[in-house]
Design a protein around this ligand. Structure first.
Ligand code: MG
Length: 455
């Protein structure tokens, strides 16, 4: 339920006409418009059934606050973020619920550099919203609405500047794209054709009920594309989330690779071309990302979990590459935000440059086994439990950037983190053997439960 606090990890999200109604979208956008004053803003939406309805509400409120709005219609989040930066808008509003189920929608506010606004700016907008201090423009100072065409075309052209088109074309790659029936189908299939690939698409018809598969690109949702890549003898498969900022890849054997494995491939290639670079990644990423940095002369900057933190850390440190385990890759030379189509072009560029298949590129990397666990913990005890746990493990090699991550000498690691949405602590272990990863999860679940008993 949306209450006191509007913004979550990635903007405002809620179930349509229950938690998030057009009336609320108007009120929220009045606060956003009051915050931006008389600026020029871009608005666009993903393929959800409620996208146009919320766009109308948002644009109306922004115009009423005196903001001129350029409406891009339907596009992926990274295409809209690129357009904000490319056209020099003062900001933007993207109507999307990313990977959430179809009954959800949401509102993301974008700054002039294309990155989602910082937490401080969100608090200012929340203050305007909850204090009711929204401002309406006088009748002769109302904002205008104009259409902005060509967002997807500009975005494709921009991505093409960062890869070697002739080299990719010469390989005649066959790529299967699973667009999740959403905006991932707008730019990527044509982009890949322009890169000389043969493209087969599934779930490419726009349909906001997401009939093909849930919009979260988890391996269990990607069985169709995995079968298809193998059956067609394609070179690569790529599946996007609902707003196409994340991409998950499938090798020619039909194996679905989780995001840190493909990010590590991009990281290695980037460090080869840009030695000594900083790489930004959340503490939830595999040690694999650190191994690749160590072996190729890079420096890892660990951050809290969350794409906005990765983008902001890239800005602060001047880093040009960031990546998340969920398939989000931030390629700074294009834009410092997650971008599914850019990531796909980079993977093809590397396959063309090295002459290697995706499975070969993955097989070259250090291998880790992953185990996960969770411990139930009431919300009011989360803080205490985390503090006690921190003090118990402080003699070990840890990072407390987000939860507690512990690294061990045998290259195993565990992340213990309170969930932001459920009354549980989540544990993610990785090790060179399945048994060691499982033992770590068991050991630290038991440690947490012991502390909880005496809290
Ligand atoms: Mg997304």
């Amino acid at each position: 339920m949306i209450s006191r606090k509007l913004f979550g990890t990635n903007g405002i999200r809620g179930t349509v006409n229950e938690e998030l109604t057009p009336e609320m979208a108007v009120k929220i956008s009045s606060a956003i418009g009051t915050y931006f004053r008389t600026r020029r803003l871009l608005v666009g939406h993903d393929a959800r059934t409620s996208g146009q309805m919320f766009a109308d509400a948002v644009i109306s409120a922004l115009n009423a606050a005196g903001c001129d709005v350029f409406f891009a219609g339907m596009a992926s989040t990274p295409a809209l973020q690129f357009a904000v930066k490319n056209h020099g808008f003062d900001g933007g509003v993207i109507i999307t619920a990313s990977h959430n189920p179809p009954e959800y929608n949401g509102i993301k506010v974008i700054w002039s550099d294309g990155v989602e606004i910082s937490h401080d700016k969100e608090i200012e907008i929340e203050d305007i919203y909850f204090s009711g201090k929204t401002q309406l423009a006088k009748w002769d100072k109302l904002g205008m609405k104009r259409e902005l065409a060509g967002v997807n075309e500009e975005y494709r052209e921009a991505i093409k500047k960062h890869v070697k088109i002739a080299k990719i074309s010469s390989k005649h790659f066959h790529v299967v794209i699973d667009a999740a029936n959403s905006v991932g189908g707008l730019a990527s299939p044509i982009l890949l054709r322009e890169l000389g690939c043969r493209v087969t698409s599934i779930n490419a018809n726009i349909d906001g009920t997401f009939p093909g598969r849930p919009p979260e690109p988890r391996p269990e949702n990607l069985k169709d594309i995995a079968i298809m890549v193998k059956a067609l003898g394609a070179d690569l498969g790529v599946a996007f989330d609902g707003d196409a900022d994340r991409s998950i890849f499938i090798g020619e054997t039909g194996e679905v690779y989780w995001g840190d494995k493909t990010f590590a491939i991009i990281e290695k290639s980037f460090l080869t071309d840009n030695p000594g670079s900083k790489i930004v990644t959340p503490v939830s990423s595999s040690t694999l990302v650190k191994d690749v940095a160590d072996a190729n002369g890079g420096e890892i900057i660990w951050t809290k979990v969350g794409s906005v933190t990765v983008s902001e850390t890239m800005k602060e440190t001047g880093a040009k590459l960031g990546g998340e385990e969920n398939g989000g890759v931030f390629y700074g030379p294009h834009q410092s935000v997650r971008d599914g189509a850019m990531t796909t072009a980079l993977i093809l560029d590397i396959m063309a440059k090295t002459g290697k298949k995706l499975t070969e590129l993955v097989a070259e990397q250090p291998q880790y086994f992953i185990e996960k666990g969770k411990v139930k913990c009431p919300e009011d005890k989360k803080e205490k439990l985390l503090a006690k746990f921190k003090s118990q493990v402080k003699s070990l090699k840890t990072s407390t950037v987000d939860g507690v991550k512990i690294w061990f000498d045998d290259k195993s690691a565990i992340l213990v983190r309170p969930s932001g949405t459920e009354p549980v602590f989540r544990l993610y272990a990785e090790a060179k053997s399945q048994k060691r990863a499982l033992d770590l999860v068991k050991k630290y679940c038991s440690t947490l439960n012991k502390i909880l008993k005496v809290l």
